[in-house]
Design a protein around this ligand. Structure first.
Ligand SMILES: Nc1ncnc2c1ncn2[C@@H]1O[C@H](COP(=O)(O)OP(=O)(O)OP(=O)(O)O)[C@@H](O)[C@H]1O
Length: 323
């Protein structure tokens, strides 16, 4: 099986204002691969949706090549492109009077005959999509009467029913709680691997993306697109290009962004994970320096400072403020 599903080469994308070109992205090179979950990350306004629009055939590149399964994206007729690429947008307008099953069935639209009814293979594709995404049990519920997390799974089911080798999702975890964010990304990773799909997810959710993505594409203003395994980009420090400001940095140990640590002379002794949180609380409370070390004893937690013992950080901080 050809592993490159979408390929961009020397792509320049943007919008026309009259006859004037407003270039948003230049010299983009990438390969979206089958059996991989790729996350596209970048700050607001950098051009992520612009790239997605181009992949959907809604935006003709100013320059360069954009191929979907080795054929120029703009050469596809609407229906044949829909068989190749499905899209889940972040804020879709859904007809609320449809049931989950009816909405997922809409994924079969590109395959329907002129009389518009689902045949046995369409029904099988819908059932399979409902099962894979585990929303079978709400198939008769109305779309506007289910939770945000369920709705997101239903939209993924509709894209699955469309049976295209490429799936693109724009912020599928927006508005979801932490567990559901993990759930959705884990589901997408499983689908990419088990169903042999090339999946591109646009997201701002770096922590969750790090847990689930096989590839990262990092877009930052005025720089070339960086692609690679998330862990490689972390190890090489390229991940920091997402945060151009000096105030932020990627915390290698904890796998997330943090405010660059203020320089401090705090001496905190104890288990490494615990010292991290004690230091964080002291810095937040405005203490960059103390008159001696803070010793942390675990099980039960006890903080020792100047021969005094504190069972909680707020008690230690209260003491420091008063003295
Ligand atoms: N239809 C349009 N016409 C002209 N300029 C546009 C149009 N749509 C978007 N832009 C511009 O293109 C740039 C990139 O926008 P885009 O929506 O692709 O960013 P994004 O990375 O998806 O942002 P976000 O994370 O906020 O969704 C922005 O400067 C925006 O103003």
């Amino acid at each position: 099986m050809e592993s490159v599903a979408v390929k961009g080469e020397g792509l320049s994308l943007g919008y026309l204002k009259g006859k004037q070109r407003k270039v948003i992205l230049e010299q983009l090179n990438f390969e979206l691969k089958t059996k991989e979950l790729t996350c596209l990350l970048g700050p607001n306004g950098v051009g992520k949706s612009t790239l997605v629009k181009a992949m959907m055939g809604q935006l003709i590149p100013f320059e360069g090549k954009l191929e979907l399964k080795k054929k120029n994206v703009s050469e596809y007729a609407h229906d044949s492109r829909a068989k190749m690429l499905s899209v889940v947008l972040s804020e879709p307008h859904l007809p609320g009077n449809l049931t989950v099953e009816q909405l997922v069935s809409l994924g079969r639209t590109p395959y329907l005959k002129w009389y518009g009814a689902l045949d046995t293979s369409d029904k099988a594709a819908v059932n399979r999509a409902l099962e894979i995404t585990q929303v079978d049990y709400i198939r008769k519920e109305l779309v506007n009467e289910i939770s945000d997390g369920q709705r997101q799974k239903v939209l993924i089911a509709r894209a699955l029913a469309q049976d295209s080798p490429v799936m693109i999702l724009d912020e599928p975890t927006a508005h979801l709680d932490l567990i559901n964010r993990y759930e959705i990304m884990r589901l997408l990773q499983e689908i990419a691997h088990a169903e042999s799909k090339a999946i591109l997810v646009v997201t701002h959710d770096l922590e969750i993306a790090l847990e689930s993505a096989d590839q990262f594409w990092l877009l930052s203003c005025g720089l070339p697109l960086i692609t690679g395994k998330p862990e490689d980009l972390v190890i090489s420090g390229q991940i920091n290009q997402l945060y151009p400001s000096d105030r932020y940095e990627f915390d290698l140990l904890r796998g997330r962004v943090r405010l660059r640590e203020e320089s401090s002379n705090l001496e905190i002794i104890g288990d490494q994970d615990l010292t991290f949180w004690v230091k964080k609380a002291l810095l937040k409370a405005g203490f960059q320096q103390l008159d001696g070390p803070v010793l942390i004893q675990s099980n039960p937690i006890l903080l020792r400072y100047q021969e005094l013992e504190f069972s909680r950080l707020d008690k230690l901080i209260d003491f420091l403020r008063k003295n």
